[in-house]
Design a protein around this ligand. Structure first.
Ligand code: ZN
Length: 1024
């Protein structure tokens, strides 16, 4: 019965589906013969296309319009024309001309860049849809947050039926990838003007939202560089040393830490529009790589519905382009889809669909004969119609591919607009249902974390990600994963999993698991959980919210198996934000965490700050909260001392390094402390504890002209903390023999090119490469400038640096810049061992504090998780030129006795061998009496390198990500303070300032700066 009555509606539905399929199938990718074409524009686009098969029936003509201007009104030529790269403002001018000329285009300002340039988003759809934008947004808002409709699927279906989706396209995040802006100008025109059934189908069924230039600062500099090249056709042109204001390609790794304005602006636009897709346009490999499907391992926190959508859209795209006869279109490839740091992942982690194209470009608008490498043109299983080994390539070809691919995808999306809207709802609903499915229920940030400032900072990042944060109004108790055998103090801190390195691989080895076990795992098993009470004021990130996936992805631990089939790792393997922020984050699977008394935090999370008590001496505990650095520089005139030992005062315990402040206006201190969220205790008299002054060091920040990518993250960290510095280049240092008179500290962040290149600079063949502001290049030279980028630090630069350190300066080096110090004798006793097996690919490793009395360690506990990218393996020696490392235990030779016995020469009295000296891996071997004889190379005790932090023992080393061969770096020094003359060289094997994610380790650098003239404090010297 039921079946009988149900049959008719099913049949009706089938008829509707079949008829709609027929309708869609009838739509050919072809122009409307009744619409005239723009003859001149079409002629040129065919002329600039180097082969007919580098174009498609979608873009091999341009429809004419009596009132809508084509891109040529702004460009003076067609989109993709040789020799034409528009500035962002020209692109915007065109988009606004479109907006004036047609009701199918609307332009929105979406924020500004670091350098104050505007970013825009352009909406294109039929006038009918654009008139309904507000109503549609209200409906999408409900689909995006199904709590508003009580997770009611029927209600969702009604909303889906009444709504249309938003497909967001972003261009030119990477400044050297130049094709997207003109492609997107022309795409907007086509979508608004073209009357073919194909294009009408798109604009009638969805809104295409376009940000034509994401990295606006860098785009304008790239246009400058290109124009310089056009004006100097026979010369080498300067490379784009500054893409954006801070970083280069890493602006596409900021979707985790959200440090850059462009990421915030795109995030807010994506979330504000409740968009379904974020499709980011890039250029690298030929000719069009739809890389979203990529390769494994996939990010472990996204919804499988999404990964299916990647496949559906990606393969449709390849299939359609293949039918056009366009070579070199493929999906899969070598991009692993693990890290959530890419801009497009804003969509993946917020219930949308991430998409990305790599098209082929010439880094400019020259037409060039390009010869490919076999890896690019050979056929593979996923590239059945590969690119040609050799072909002339033009910017117009690039624009054809980019637009044809986008149009086929938009057409597919418009045909399936309801499916993708329904999926959007389902993904949002499943995010809200996360606690009772895969879990966890919540992450808890306990009140009374020693670093409430860094805790608030991490919570603000989550808020910027769109996450809701609750704050407990009463103490609450939930079950958490039990830490058997660990004491209470250890139980409070998540412990890392042990490394499965070959050297220690053992299936029966006990493992301490950092993250909580999922709900299913803890169910039914005994003693796996224990109760933990969290105080009132603790923050709770509950997973029953639409954007739970990003919170889970950022706060959870990562595990990349060393035996994963994917050995070609694309990017960082770990980003666990609690560990990198040095903030306690507890993963809770107990569903009670959803109903404990708590309020939703309104506005930004802020740590408490202000002054309590009375008196004219002020105390601030040093817990390595970054705002303490900001405070010091804001209180320039105050007398600040750092305690060299822990002390108690005003009923509180204070760590080493705590500030004792005198001669300060109480009102100013109160205002700053409250703004920065720092707790100050006023007391009548200073505690009697050994202390030294904390002066506001004069900081120079040294960069090269080779690359500013990694130092950009350091510069950004300094700017965010409002730490003033003078920005100098290696060329300035080469010219300045009086550095010590100007600066106390020189910071030399990683360069990524090695010590030799830093000294040599770029090859001096050919012409000078200027980087400066001129009428031809108005956007260059504003961050720093030079007449010629080629010269490096040089020998005189090394001499000047040496003089600086010997005269009492502090030189801070990291990763490859440590080589400059080690190779040139600035850090006697430190050597770097070549790694043989170590594979620490952007992972998080555990450090142990070796010397807590070193000012560099102030505010830290006995262990710290740090970011590591195959850092240099340091060894120490007490002799100049010594290679260091642990003394190899001598294997006994063949002879009498058991393996543990000494051999005994026969026929003479017994002569016992002295006990060989023992030293730990992070220590230098003691000097033997033999070495001491007439040895001028013995480093005096007060000049020996001092190890502040070391890598943990191998079993404790791994925290998150991929680690293989960890025994090779385990226990070796990680942070070294090497005295040199009157000054110091500080060497980091780990990178303490990376991508705005490692805020827990920033203060190691700040400590070195604040204590620049007292780094020897608390130092114990060897007896001899
Ligand atoms: Zn790119």
């Amino acid at each position: 019965m039921i079946r009988h009555f149900g049959l008719r509606p099913v049949l009706c539905l089938l008829v509707i589906i079949v008829s709609s399929i027929v309708t869609v199938a009838q739509i050919k990718p072809a122009r409307n013969p009744n619409q005239p074409i723009d003859e001149e524009y079409t002629r040129k686009l065919r002329e600039y296309t180097t082969e007919p098969f580098f174009n498609s029936p979608l873009t091999d003509y341009l429809p004419a319009s009596p009132n809508v201007p084509t891109p040529s009104v702004v460009l003076g030529d067609i989109a993709g024309a040789p020799g034409k790269l528009p500035y962002a403002e020209e692109v915007y001018r065109y988009m606004r001309l479109l907006e004036k000329a047609t009701p199918r285009v609307k332009v929105y300002s979406i924020g500004t860049t670091e350098e104050g340039r505007e970013m825009i988003a352009v909406a294109v759809a039929s006038e009918k849809l654009l008139a309904r934008l507000d109503e549609n947004r209200a409906q999408l808002t409900k689909l995006a947050d199904p709590r508003t409709i009580n997770l009611n699927d029927d209600e969702a279906d009604k909303l889906v039926a009444a709504s249309f989706p938003i497909y967001y396209i972003t261009g030119t995040i990477h400044s050297t990838e130049t094709g997207a802006p003109t492609a997107l100008m022309e795409l907007a025109y086509r979508l608004a003007v073209d009357d073919s059934a194909y294009i009408r189908n798109i604009r009638d069924n969805m809104v295409v939202l376009i940000t034509p230039v994401v990295e606006v600062d860098g785009r304008n500099r790239m246009v400058d560089v290109y124009n310089w090249h056009l004006a100097h056709p026979n010369e080498n042109w300067p490379s784009l040393v500054y893409w954006g204001h801070y970083v280069a390609h890493d602006n596409n790794r900021d979707a985790i830490g959200l440090s850059l304005k462009l990421t915030h602006n795109i995030m807010n636009t994506f979330l504000g529009w409740k968009a379904q897709v974020l499709h980011d346009l890039h250029e690298s490999v030929p000719y069009l790589y739809d890389n979203t499907i990529g390769d494994g391992p996939y990010n472990a926190w996204v919804d499988p519905i999404l990964t299916d959508e990647w496949q559906m859209i990606g393969w449709n795209n390849v299939s359609e382009m293949t039918k056009f006869g366009m070579p070199g279109v493929f999906a899969h490839g070598n991009f692993d889809t693990w890290s959530p740091g890419y801009l497009m992942f804003i969509a993946a982690t917020h219930n949308g669909i991430s998409r990305l194209y790599e098209t082929f470009g010439n880094a400019g608008a020259d037409t060039v004969e390009r010869t490919l490498s076999p890896a690019d043109y050979q056929r593979t299983w996923y590239k059945q119609n590969p690119p040609l080994p050799r072909a002339k390539w033009s910017q117009r070809n690039n624009n054809n591919y980019e637009q044809s691919a986008l149009l086929t995808t938009l057409f597919y999306f418009s045909n399936n607009n309801k499916l993708f809207l329904k999926n959007f709802y389902l993904k949002s609903k499943r995010s809200i249902e996360k606690p009772k499915n895969e879990g966890p229920a919540a992450y808890v940030f306990p009140a009374r974390d020693p670093r409430l400032g860094n805790q608030a900072e991490l919570l603000r990042t989550l808020q910027a990600q769109g996450c809701e944060i609750h704050r407990a109004t009463a103490p609450f108790t939930v079950a958490i994963k039990s830490k058997k055998g660990a004491d209470r103090k250890d139980a409070a801190k998540p412990q890392p999993a042990t490394s499965p390195t070959p050297a220690t691989k053992s299936s029966d080895q006990p493992r301490t698991v950092g993250p909580e076990a999922p709900a299913a795992e803890s169910k039914g098993s005994e003693k796996k959980t224990e109760e933990r009470e969290f105080p009132a004021g603790s923050y709770i990130v509950r997973m029953n919210q639409p954007y739970s996936r990003i919170a889970d992805a950022l706060l959870d631990y990562q595990y990349w198996s060393p035996s994963d089939p994917q050995q070609d790792i694309y990017d960082d393997t770990a980003w666990t934000m609690g560990e990198l922020g040095n903030v306690e984050v507890v993963r809770v699977t107990d569903l009670k965490a959803l109903s404990t008394p708590a309020d939703l935090v309104q506005g930004e999370v802020k740590s408490p700050g202000g002054i309590t008590g009375s008196g004219t001496v002020y105390l601030i505990n040093h817990a390595a909260d970054n705002n303490l650095m900001t405070l010091r520089y804001q209180l320039r005139d105050a007398a600040v001392d750092a305690a060299e030992e822990p002390f108690a005062a005003a009923g509180h315990n204070f760590n080493r390094g705590s500030f004792i402040i005198r001669k300060v206006e109480a009102d100013a201190l109160k205002r700053i402390a409250s703004e920065l969220g720092i707790q100050v205790y006023a007391v009548e008299s200073a505690p009697s504890v050994k202390s030294h002054p904390v002066r506001t060091a004069r900081i120079a920040f040294m960069h090269t002209w080779l690359s500013t990518q990694d130092e950009g993250w350091w510069r950004l960290a300094f700017d965010k903390q409002q730490v003033p510095y003078t920005y100098i280049s290696t060329q300035d240092v080469a010219k300045d023999a009086a550095l010590r008179e100007k600066f106390d500290v020189i910071v030399f962040a990683p360069v990524g090119r090695g010590a030799n290149a830093i000294v040599s600079g770029l090859p001096m063949y050919g012409n000078p490469l200027p980087w400066k502001t001129t009428t031809l290049t108005p956007n260059l030279g504003r961050i720093d400038s030079t007449d010629d980028m080629r010269p490096g630090l040089g020998w005189t630069g090394l001499m000047n640096l040496q003089k600086f350190v010997q005269g009492g300066g502090v030189f801070i080096t990291v990763d490859d810049t440590t080589e400059v110090a080690v190779a040139n004798g600035f850090s006697p006793g430190v050597s770097i061992q070549r790694a043989q097996r170590l594979k620490a690919i952007g992972d998080i490793l555990r450090m142990k504090t070796v010397d807590a009395a070193s000012p560099i360690a102030y505010g830290y506990g006995d262990s710290l998780a740090m970011y590591c990218m195959n850092g240099p393996i340091f060894n120490l020696s007490n002799m100049v030129g010594g290679r260091g490392g642990r003394q190899r235990a001598g294997q006994r030779t063949t002879g009498r006795g058991t393996p543990d016995d000494p051999d005994i020469p026969q026929g003479r009295p017994l002569s016992e061998a002295p006990e060989p000296p023992h030293n730990e891996v992070w220590e230098a071997a003691p000097i033997s009496d033999e070495q001491r004889r007439n040895n001028g190379g013995i480093i005096p005790p007060d000049q020996r390198p001092r190890v502040v932090l070391r890598y943990a023992d191998n079993k404790d080393l791994f925290v998150s990500g991929l680690l293989d061969g960890g025994d090779e770096i385990a226990q070796h020094p990680a942070v070294i303070d090497a005295p040199y003359g009157m000054g110091h060289v500080v060497l980091f094997s780990t990178n303490p300032m990376w991508r705005g994610q490692t805020k827990g380790s920033y203060f190691l650098v700040f400590n070195a700066i604040l204590n620049f003239d007292n780094l020897n404090a608390g130092r114990k010297l060897d007896a001899k």
